[in-house]
Design a protein. Structure first.
Length: 188
């Protein structure tokens, strides 16, 4: 069973000493933004799974075996912050992870985040996505977000249950995310 962190000081201490941090959560929950900010504060390289592993230019999905090889190689690295959920790849990443951050925000917040991202990057590619993948929102993507807690969250919990003593911090709001970042920035 993982060890859920309920104390902000303990969470900040774990993050300050961690060399490998995994950030998971629903699309639109702020995983990439949080990961980029943690990367800046902690001096760890940020690996965005969409950009690094999943997508090729022009919204072409990378072949599965190639993707898994790239994830395995990256997870074997000494230092990283990796953002992306992909429950089926957690067995490659969790054994090497020092701390998991789960951005587990309400579904409406994730939907708002996706629409804000779509508006912000209209006809552009966001920094955490592969080249020539302009931001898009379609019905399948919205269904994925709507059903995330029922499907993917259950799989994440199952995967985490197999890793005893793995520190897991669950963030349930943007305010909690901001509070955590402020603690890390202050060095608390």
């Amino acid at each position: 069973m993982p060890r859920y962190l309920n104390n902000w000081d303990e969470a900040a201490a774990h993050l300050a000493s961690a060399q490998r941090i995994l950030v998971v959560g629903c699309s639109g929950s702020g995983k990439s933004t949080l990961s980029a900010q943690l990367s800046e504060r902690l001096g760890l390289p940020h690996l965005a799974m969409d950009r690094e592993f999943f997508w090729l230019p022009g919204w072409k999905i990378r072949p599965r075996q190639e993707m898994l090889a790239l994830i395995s190689k990256a997870a074997a690295g000494e230092c990283w912050i990796m953002d992306g959920t992909s429950p089926k790849t957690l067995p490659l990443r969790l054994p090497r992870t020092h701390v998991v951050i789960w951005t587990r925000l309400p579904r409406w917040v994730s939907l708002r985040g996706v629409f804000w991202r779509w508006f912000t990057y209209w006809k552009k590619t966001r920094p955490d996505m592969a080249d020539d993948c302009p931001e898009k929102v379609d019905l399948d993507f919205l269904r994925y977000i709507w059903n995330f807690e029922r499907r993917d969250a259950v799989e994440i919990e199952t995967q985490l249950a197999g890793h005893s003593n793995l520190p897991v911090l669950v963030l349930k709001s943007h305010a909690e995310t901001a509070f955590l970042l402020a603690k890390i920035k202050r060095g608390d």
